[in-house]
Design a protein around this ligand. Sequence first.
Ligand code: ZN
Ligand code: ZN
Length: 486
Amino acid sequence: MSAGARGLRGHILISHTHWDHIQGIPFFAPLFVPGNEWDIYGPKGLGQSLREALAGQMQYTYFPVTLDQCGAKIRYHDLVEGTFDIDDIKVSTHYLNHPALTFGYRLEADGVAVVYASDHEPHSRMLATGHGEITGQDLRHAEFVNRADLLIHDAQFTAEEYPAKIGWGHSTVEYVVKLSKYAEVKRVALTHHDPLRDDDAIDRLLASIRARLRENASSLDVFAAVEGQVVEVAPSHEKGSACRAGEFQAQTPIEPALAESSVLLGIVDTKMAAALSEVIRAEGIHVEFFSDLDEARKLIAKDRPSLAILEHDPPRIDGMETCRAIRQQDNDYEHQLPVVMVASQEDQAPGAAAGVTDWLIKPFTGAYARTKIRAWVLRTACQWMRGLIPEDEERRLARPPVHVQQRRRAGARARGSRPMPQKGTEKRRSLENVISTDKSALLWMYCREIAPFETPTFSKKVGELIARATSTPPQKREISASKLGH
Ligand SMILES: [Zn+2]
Ligand SMILES: [Zn+2]
């Protein structure tokens, strides 16, 4: 800009839209110059888009220029967990643990890997103190940063400060050092410094970390990120060390799979059940409750929830047993159903054996629960989409969605498993069949469709369903391959 450059082209990767991460955008001059082109990337939410979130801080009340009045051409990319390319750079995204949906980004090019992971709190509270084993979701995080040549990581607190900062969504320096050593990271830049720590305090912190590393003869290079700093990275590892969240395309539109998302709640504590269901409904997601295993099994088989949240509070409530029973159900889908266990502490080993995917440790804030639920619902939707996407990427994009679904079903039959009820059109068709044939299923439908039990919605839905059940004959919507325009 200072050299008078025009036609600037650039990409901005945003971890999340908390203010401390986006407040520079309204003051970023290259966005105001006509002829410039910018691509802005961030995690896809369930309601608001990235553009809407960014535009929010530039409304009339807060800023004289709206986002749409910026002179540059700006393209917004709402991403899910996966990979995509920016020119010859491979970018992988991974959800972090923070009270807002947040991405870590892994960039790979020319045999070098750089990972940016902020803001992030270790999933295990024990790990935040620098002790304990790296397992479960913390292990996924370690795999994501694995063998990075440069890791830029949230390190706002120290282990000593952490007990007063649980649930704030940030890491401790002790955890970051442990993680970096475990994941064989070459250099780590500590960042997101606590605003209450001045430069001298950061230097002292750094000196003590380096002294400890020297004692242990560790080759890890730790430094504190400084504004305006330029770091050059040279390749240090053999190729092929990258770990990704699969090779799913991070820009895949997953709306069809999100459309009918629901969350299954097995929470005995009525206060917590109410709080969680409020959080889930705020995301526009259906909530279903179950009180016994039979009910849970039926709901899982019929409704294909995106996520199950169970409570574990021994000896009163044995969530592990419920989880084991859900996993035992002879159904392929169950292996994909994420189960989040609400407990006062993690029980990693027995949890993993029982099939627990993730933990929500009490006490937690609504924002934390909401983010965890968002991440898992989005991950499940991606999994559904993954099943729908044929290998041939280019041809896929040219096809209408119905064709893709047809292919998926044909594939399922060929593998000899029963076809998974599809979200969207196909699900609607199956519901119509249900309505015309089975009264008990019709009742189940009422409960499913009218989950929020809001009176006007309730009566309207019931009216619609009865009208449909009595007047519409079941429609044949099977589309033969010949009609799909091969
Ligand atoms: Zn944040
Ligand atoms: Zn932050």
